[in-house]
Design a protein around this ligand. Sequence first.
Ligand code: CDT
Length: 308
Amino acid sequence: MSRQITVAAAQLGPIARNDSRAQVVGRLIAHLQEAKRLGCDLVVFPELALTTFFPRWFMTDAAEIDSFFEHRMPGPDTQALFDEAKRLGLGFSLGYAERTPEGRHFNTSILVDRDGTIIGKYRKVHLPGHREHEPWRRFQHLEKRYFDESDTGFRVWRAFGGILGMCICNDRRWPETYRVMGLQGAEMILLGYNTPVHNPPAPDHDALSLHHNTLVMQAGAYQNGCWVVGVAKAGNEEGVPMIGGTQIIAPSGMTVAATRGEGDELAVAVCDLDACLSYKSTTFNFAAHRMPQHYGLIVERRGAELPP
Ligand code: CDT
């Protein structure tokens, strides 16, 4: 079986609050069709790819909040996406807001095989932002309010001839994310994000937001000898500018394909999974070189404790 996967990182431009699911799914299907034309096997969509990034608003009405969540996957609005991907023989990963039958809420990503079967589900671990209304901010970031804590952790799946994992947005800033998947042999990590240019608690970071995006994903790829596919929902969404920076990163840490703008756009690369081996078997041969007996604090301690 070929160890090459041709991947489309399917960046989305802004989604308006009033855009219907059908409108958005139409854009996702256009991406699938273009990816097929370009010879792709797998299409990676961003975080919360079916709606606007709703955690920017403080809401108290449960029905209004639930209107941003999918109650079934595929459901009435997303069946067309699954049907078209299957017809084209394409796999995809998709981020969306998930409401379970028990009424739990997750920021979720799924991995879908070429035949339309959901083969992997990941629920976001690192939920950034805050729980309560903070009117001093230019816009809110209420992921801690609207989403439950992950019950999946970081897993990987044998798919597309390799070992694939997923994470979501803020997860990409944490080295533990990549390492937990690296320790399961991950050869490719798929991740979508919605990252405002402006970070209200730290406006001094704003000018560095694209740099930080590339920095963490390249480091994660290199230090674990795996491919990383990072996909933005970008552009000015409901008055909030969001970074682009969609890119496909090789196990060397080098970006090999990237979008140029902040609208709907594909970045495509032929990803050789065997390129992981050179890193996984030498510098980052974990079995030979890791020293976990010295890493205890990483799981024992949450926040930094300073010496006396
Ligand atoms: N969606 C998401 O996780 N966004 C956060 C916002 C910035 S908090 C620094 C992110 O990490 O990109």
